[in-house]
Design a protein around this ligand. Structure first.
Ligand code: SF4
Length: 82
């Protein structure tokens, strides 16, 4: 039996965090609620030991939704345009 290789995501600070913080709800989200949710998610990302790796992966995969590596969808699109 092969041993499972540890993954960078095993060290993610968002393990166990509410996924809802990282993704907007399917229904309408008011701007203030969105900003509050994004701030809470970014606070978790800020103390994440794999933040850079997470952001690199999200950029590489062109993740369209959610907060990855401390960046929103729009912030990642801006990074990719540079
Ligand atoms: S940077 Fe944020 S989204 Fe990425 S693994 Fe860490 S806590 Fe999760």
């Amino acid at each position: 039996m092969a041993l499972l290789q540890p993954s960078w995501s095993d060290q993610a600070a968002c393990h166990g965090a509410e996924a809802a913080l990282f993704f907007s709800p399917q229904l309408v989200e008011l701007k203030e609620a969105r900003l509050r949710r994004e701030r809470a998610a970014k606070d978790i990302c800020r103390r994440c030991p794999v933040r850079e790796r997470c952001l690199d992966e999200a950029l590489r995969r062109r993740e369209s939704y959610g907060i990855w590596g401390g960046c929103t969808e729009q912030e990642r699109r801006d990074l990719l345009r540079r």
